[in-house]
Design a protein around this ligand. Structure first.
Ligand code: JBZ
Length: 244
């Protein structure tokens, strides 16, 4: 899968992608990420990418021409039509379902916003506008990295263990159960006995109960979509009963 990331801060994209699972995917050639410096698509001496908003007001707006030129260059290189994702606080919330769906697109362009955002005419070339969440950021680089990471891990061969991709927390609609590894005791902190018991039916039930308890406590909204099996529904009813 190929990504083109358009940004005025190429190092913000390049450095994080060098390491980890995504970095290995790039080394192997399973992923191809081209970081495009927006300033390379300016034509003036000072390589200006922003300008004052029409109508007045604070802050600066990203000029449309460098972005149009960047998209034309990517189109000339990769072929039209492009799938262009713009990250902005005005976007639809980015979800795990979006990540899975977008991993089926062979080539994505990610546009990173800065300042007060883009000249709105850029949206003529945008396929989808996405937001990673309700907090204020200084730019779209981190959101673009978040989207790239979440999408790329669905690309076959990027994550070593395919099963971990399908099984992962959000895909199942519940938070993960608690995990432990050796030693069985550190001071007075002990691993729950059931995990050392070798009783795999009991371990499975314990993990289900713990996952449900965490989800009920921290993310009750995830339980509203009702994809629980009969055993999970029973465990959840027990967890909701008043403690004796
Ligand atoms: C995003 C100025 O550039 C920004 C600022 C905030 C922001 C983005 C770009 S993208 N927030 C989000 O995905 O929520």
């Amino acid at each position: 899968m190929t990504f083109d990331v358009v940004t005025i801060f190429p190092a913000m994209i390049e450095a994080p992608l060098a390491g980890g699972i995504i970095g290995r995917g790039i080394e192997r050639g399973t992923l191809d990420v081209a970081v495009r410096d927006l300033r390379a698509f300016t034509t003036d001496r000072h390589r200006v990418v922003d300008d004052m908003p029409y109508g007045g007001g604070p802050g600066m707006v990203l000029k449309p021409e460098p972005i149009f030129r960047a998209l034309d260059a990517i189109e000339a290189e990769r072929g039209a039509p492009l799938t262009v994702i713009l990250t902005s606080p005005q976007g639809k919330p980015f979800t795990q379902a979006d990540a899975r769906r977008l991993s089926g697109v062979a080539h994505l362009v990610l546009l990173c916003g800065r300042y007060e955002g883009f000249d709105d005419r850029v949206r003529e070339r945008v396929t989808e506008e996405l937001s990673i969440g309700d907090y204020v950021l200084t730019g779209g680089e981190l959101p673009a990295l978040v989207i790239l990471d979440a999408v790329a891990r669905f690309v076959p061969g990027v994550v070593g263990d395919e099963q971990s991709v399908v099984d992962d927390s959000f895909s199942r609609g519940l938070l993960d159960f608690p995990q432990f590894t050796r030693p069985a005791e550190i001071g007075d902190l002990r691993v729950p006995d059931v995990l050392l018991s070798g009783n795999h039916a009991e371990i499975r039930r314990w993990r289900k109960r713990e996952a449900l308890a965490r989800t009920l406590e921290r993310r009750p909204d995830l339980l509203e979509h009702g994809e629980l099996d009969a055993e999970e529904q029973k465990l959840l009813r027990e967890l909701k009963l008043p403690k004796p």
